[in-house]
Write a protein that binds this ligand. Structure first.
Ligand code: ADP
Ligand code: MG
Length: 238
């Protein structure tokens, strides 16, 4: 399960409303991409869904449960950041298993889950290394592994590939798409990169200044952009 609904959610920082009332549904199993220029509110929205940022008003409902007041750890979501946020002194095995140790899971269960995640992410040979001994792509895989072991109902990615070079980005993009096809878990993926949005999304949410300009499939947006902003951003011919 992983149906996420935003109902009239708003966010202000001080007097500045960065998200006016916003309504959006992400269906269970969907790969949704939030795309828009820097500063349009993508990270803020994702952090609100994750529970890392309080709403100013409105609510967030996950699988028919109002989670607006539910702390992040109890929302069943896993967030993957662009700055991998790995623990430098811990091995890959320890980094991936970290959230499970927090949940007091038994060591044998933790090992089994870490081994399965490492296998699916091609990290089996790197489990004893520390993050400093890994490439950028491998570090990003470790961060994803740490999300996977929690069996989240949705993955939230905030520009996960923006620290990687162009060639690696293409490879990781494919890996994340494959991971979605395999797991069929809801994913919300934030990017300012139109190509990532067009190639990865089931549903693209185009944002400008905290407002949804259009929601649709990549083909919808390409063929029927609702306005010049969407057309320009998506690179469609209109
Ligand atoms: P994006 O991720 O699309 O680049 P953000 O969600 O980071 O955009 O930011 C949206 C707006 O909210 C920006 O104008 C940003 O300056 C502002 N903002 C974000 N976080 C804070 C904060 N903690 N305090 C004040 N303003 C913030
Ligand atoms: Mg951001």
């Amino acid at each position: 399960m992983g149906r996420i609904v935003l109902e009239n959610t708003t966010k202000s920082f001080g007097d500045v409303q960065v998200i006016p009332p916003l309504n959006l549904t992400i269906e269970d199993g969907e790969f949704a991409v939030f795309v828009g220029p820097s500063g349009c509110g993508k990270s803020t929205l994702l952090r609100m869904i994750a529970g890392l940022e309080d709403l100013t008003s409105g609510k967030i409902v996950i699988d028919d449960k109002d989670v607006t007041e539910v702390p992040p750890a109890q929302r069943g979501l896993a967030m993957v950041f662009q700055s991998y946020a790995l623990y430098p002194h811990m091995t890959v095995r320890k980094n991936i298993g970290f959230p499970l140790r927090m949940e007091k899971m038994s060591q044998s269960e933790i090992d089994a889950k870490v081994d399965a995640a490492a296998k699916s992410l091609n990290l089996v040979d790197y489990l004893d290394r520390k993050p400093g001994q890994l490439s950028g792509g491998q570090r990003q895989r470790v961060a994803i592994g740490r999300a996977i072991v929690r069996d989240p109902s949705a993955f939230l990615f905030d520009e996960p590939l923006s620290n990687l070079d162009a060639a690696l980005r293409v490879g990781m993009r494919l890996e994340i798409s494959e991971m979605h096809q395999r797991m069929k878990t809801t994913m919300i993926y934030v990017t300012h990169d139109q190509v990532e949005a067009m190639t990865m999304a089931d549903k693209i949410v185009v944002l400008q200044a905290g407002v949804i300009e259009q929601v649709g499939s990549p083909l919808d947006l390409y063929h029927k952009p609702r306005n010049i902003f969407v057309a320009g951003f998506i690179g469609s011919p209109k």
